[in-house]
Ligand binder design. Structure first.
Ligand SMILES: [Zn+2]
Length: 449
């Protein structure tokens, strides 16, 4: 049986003391699925690497690893495995390293793991307590905070009181506007009508444009799929998106002339592009949004062949995900463009693989280490796992968003990622799963708003 999973994660820890001066620190997690609640706790004073694991219904296994000593916690790792007929597979992973503060956001939410194959959701949240004796009161405190069964309808989010400026940013996965979506637009229809409200509700809306938009150029002979959308799709795209990444394996399908033509057409339609440009320097230039005094830089990179689509000193094309360039671009976004936040948008991974591979993880960690505030990816046509690394969010793949030609549940399930950004980083995030119909049009899954 081939099993593909999507994962929704959101992790929350309430911090009661400083990371350096904890005594008898202990982590308690409340886990719910299918109407039942499970408790998992781990205490590093019992064991330098304390692992607590428990089966959670027939579908999942929840594992918590806390390493540390009486004086301090060195790391908290959480993973959720889905139970399959063959073997358990990892569907969610979060790694938290000190200092756990000062971005409380990623540590004070609800974590949700969603499997598109089973359509089952696991929900959890954890707290860190200073002494094991408080474990019971922690459980009580957690229990008092929840009255709903979160695994039935999606949990209602309690809006944090805003004391500082915040900006909402929405990320959509792969958008292909050739073929059926293109024909729908030709007939005056809007393939994004069913998600228009969600898109309109965000301050900044970003997608990955997985087709060139032009009437010129020749299809690359070596490519099995070449997508070229008619420029008539641009008003629809402009209606729903502020900017698109052009760093992917399809914007070059009709050559660099068509690519350059697309850049000009996007600009005149009022859509900004990033991750590509008329030459190498502009392909690596960050796209800056300024909202409520917050300057946010977006960078886009393609990490999937062919490399022939790459920009060069005198050739239009996309930005390639070279490690040295990524590090330099993140640094430049802050130093020269005055960005408060930097978010790389990646095109990477293996198609139909439900989990990020070691190369993706290495690149994502490199970006966070270089100063990125979050990393958002796509390309595999399915959603992939979510990781929290050094307190920063990594969503490895958002899956498809507008794309016909797919027939499985996992390839027809995509995510809209909603980020709340504050000067300190990502202060909250939510995933809205969508299901694509036969024509490749997204619609929110039942219960999501
Ligand atoms: Zn792709």
């Amino acid at each position: 049986m081939s099993v593909a999973f999507g994962v929704i994660g959101l992790l929350m820890l309430f911090w009661f003391g400083s990371a350096q001066a904890l005594e008898h620190a202990q982590v308690v997690c409340e886990v719910r699925t299918m109407g039942k609640t499970y408790w998992v706790d781990a205490n590093p004073t019992l064991d330098r690497y304390h692992v607590a694991a428990t089966p959670v219904s027939k579908r999942f296994r929840f594992r918590l690893l806390v390493s540390g000593t009486e004086q301090r916690i060195d790391s908290i790792k959480i993973d959720v495995q889905a139970t399959t007929e063959r073997q358990p597979i990892l569907v969610h992973q979060a790694t938290l390293l000190p200092p756990f503060a000062p971005v409380p956001a990623l540590l004070n939410g609800e974590n949700r793991v969603y499997s598109p194959e089973y359509e089952r959701e696991l929900w959890y949240r954890c707290q860190l307590g200073p002494t094991p004796t408080e474990a019971v009161s922690l459980r009580q405190r957690l229990s008092n905070q929840t009255t709903d069964d979160p695994t039935a309808p999606p949990p209602k989010r309690v809006a944090a009181r805003d004391t500082e400026p915040s900006v909402s940013m929405l990320f959509a996965g792969d958008i292909m506007l050739d073929e059926i979506p293109g024909r729908l637009i030709k007939r005056g229809r809007d393939p994004l009508a069913a998600v228009a409200k969600q898109l309109a509700g965000a301050d900044i809306r970003i997608g990955n444009l997985e087709s060139v938009v032009s009437r010129v150029g020749q299809a690359e002979p070596a490519k099995p799929y070449a997508f070229r959308a008619h420029p008539r799709v641009l008003p629809i795209l402009a209606r729903h998106f502020d900017a698109v990444s052009v760093a992917n394996n399809h914007t070059g399908d009709y050559g660099s002339l068509a690519f350059a033509d697309m850049l000009a057409k996007l600009r005149s339609a009022g859509i900004q592009a990033f991750g590509g440009g008329t030459n190498l320097a502009s392909a690596h230039r960050p796209l800056i949004f300024e909202r409520n005094g917050l300057r946010i830089a977006l960078l886009g990179y393609n990490d999937f062949m062919p490399r022939s689509f790459e920009a060069d000193t005198d050739k239009p094309g996309s930005a390639w995900a070279s490690e040295a360039d990524i590090r330099a671009d993140i640094r430049t976004a802050r130093s020269e463009y005055g960005a408060h936040l930097v978010i790389p948008v990646m095109h990477w991974g293996v198609e139909y693989e439900p989990f990020a591979n070691p190369h993706q993880k290495e690149l994502a960690h490199l970006m966070i280490d270089a100063g990125a505030d979050a990393v958002v990816g796509g390309h595999p046509h399915v959603t992939q796992d979510i990781e929290i690394y050094r307190d920063k969010l990594i969503v490895y793949s958002l899956g498809n968003f507008v794309f016909n030609g797919f027939n499985t549940v996992s390839t027809r399930t995509g995510w809209l990622l909603r980020l709340k950004l504050s000067p300190e980083g990502v202060s909250d995030w939510t995933i809205l799963p969508v299901r694509l119909d036969r024509s490749g049009r997204p619609k929110l899954l039942l219960g999501y708003r």
